[in-house]
Design a protein around this ligand. Sequence first.
Ligand code: TRP
Length: 332
Amino acid sequence: MKNRVFSGAQPSGKLTLGNYLGALRNWVKLQENYECIYCVVDMHAITVWQDPKELAAQTRQAAAAYIASGVDPEKSILFNQSQVSGHAELAWIFNCIARLGWLNRMTQFKDKAGKNRENASTGLYVYPNLMAADILLYQATHVPVGEDQKQHLELTRDIAQKFNHDFGVDLFPITEPLILGEGARVMSLRDGTKKMSKSDPSEYSRINLNDDSDTIAQKIRKAKTDAELIPGKADLLEGRAEAQNLIGIYAALSEVSRDTVCTEFEGKGFGDFKKALTELAVAKLAPITEEMARIEQDHAYIDGILRSGAEKADAIAQPILKEVKKAVGFLS
Ligand code: TRP
């Protein structure tokens, strides 16, 4: 099987600096060495309530962010999940492969459903089966994943193995995770122990990909830190979650190690450091922000890219889905 990457992100809310450094930037790099399929997973988004108008706008915004970050629709396939019906078809079959016991172990469901579990949608519960379908519909061999999606990828591997075993076929690859480089994990600007998230109620916890320069400056100025100075080595930041996070963001944006950043700012306080971080963040993000704003307005352009991406994705999926149906015993 050919090396093929699949990845997706939900169009639920604004994309953040965390999405850019943790995922998008890596997606762009992967285009050099893999055949890449990138998906805006609108079907995953509706596992919790989405206002229909906002969902459409956010789907376009996510696509614009991918393109503005450097995902090249000529090189890679870019589409929204609901336009390729194979995702839903394969997910149903996987609903019948995955065991209740497997899904009961998923920590993300427990987090997302919260205390009111009885009121969670059934879609939220089988969310990981749909994710397995996303990946295996294209026989993807590699998936770039962050820490929070590792358990879902494990489940994908279990589903692939059980399907192959139960039906005596060798249809699905056992997909490998691609672990992302340093600085992949960007934390909240208000609490260095929590992931930077588009769903955090505080706007000041995150930098959005479409924040303007003034907003970025203001958020960095207000970011939580401590009164200590910057040490000469990154190890010495241990126990200072917020300091670690800001140094990590600087390192990731400038693509150097945390140690290099510490050496550069050794003995300085966070007042000075934040000024430098603001300049760097604005310089790196402004071109993306501008490009994103320009693309986002052009609905015809984005919709055209997504539609043609969906056609290309469907062309890969159809023969695989046909094999799956044959293996299961569905007449066609
Ligand atoms: N569950 C992923 C997230 O919330 C999004 C996703 C859906 C995904 N399908 C995928 C990621 C397939 C990788 C591969 O981040």
